[in-house]
Design a binder for this molecule. Structure first.
Ligand SMILES: Cc1cc2nc3c(=O)[nH]c(=O)nc-3n(C[C@H](O)[C@H](O)[C@H](O)COP(=O)(O)O)c2cc1C
Length: 188
């Protein structure tokens, strides 16, 4: 696959096969992240690969958030939210959190966030090249105090900018885009 083909074919994946993604594969994917462009070589990122006991605890946080979203105190509604939330969260074979350092200077913070997003694109493209799919999630869990505490992220100095649900695709959705020709001005 050429870089263009990988870019063109990559899709956000929502349904995964249950097969685990080997740690070596994840490690190789993350190696591509740190080669993203970053201004002043701030390398503002770090990554947390979540599994085992921590994943179970994070699933409990996810379920609590799902219960809160219902705005209900009906035990049946809450029980359904918990059950569905747990099944959904645990259907993601691997979880990778992307953490971006917070710079106190707004311009630098913006550049660092942009660089960390480039790192995420590197991750998702090199994953795709290896047959691994991802969903970039920006759900409420990213800023949840309990989740941040569990993952040892200090919200004063760092931000979780993505939780990447990761695994081998069970279903590859179709997507559409407006052609670049319709979004491009050539000024001469
Ligand atoms: C910054 C960012 C945040 C995203 N957050 C979510 C999310 O929280 N939930 C979700 O289902 N998809 C999320 N996505 C994935 C987009 O929905 C997806 O890229 C879009 O539907 C286009 O599909 P494609 O990636 O297959 O081209 C996010 C993507 C980006 C770039």
């Amino acid at each position: 696959m050429t870089v263009f083909e990988t870019i063109r074919n990559r899709r956000t994946i929502y349904e995964f096969k249950p097969d685990p993604v080997p740690n070596e594969t994840i490690a190789r994917i993350l190696e591509s992240a740190v080669w993203a462009p970053n201004h002043k070589l701030t390398e503002p990122w770090r990554f947390i690969v979540i599994s085992g006991r921590v994943r179970e605890k994070l699933a409990a946080v996810y379920c609590r958030i799902q219960r809160e979203k219902t705005r209900s105190d009906d035990p049946e509604v809450l029980e359904t939210a918990t059950r569905k939330g747990y099944a959904k969260f645990m259907s993601k074979p691997a979880l990778v959190a992307v953490i971006c350092r917070k710079d106190p200077e707004p311009f630098r913070a913006r550049e660092d966030y942009a660089a960390a997003c480039c790192a995420i694109q590197n991750i998702s493209l090199s994953a795709w090249e290896q047959g691994v799919g991802m969903q970039w999630s920006t759900s409420a869990i990213l800023t949840d105090a309990e989740a941040l505490d569990l993952l040892r992220i200090d919200p004063e100095t760092e931000e979780m900018i993505a939780l990447l649900y990761t695994g081998f695709p069970a279903l590859i959705p179709e997507q559409k885009r407006i052609p670049a020709t319709e979004r491009t001005a050539w000024l001469d």
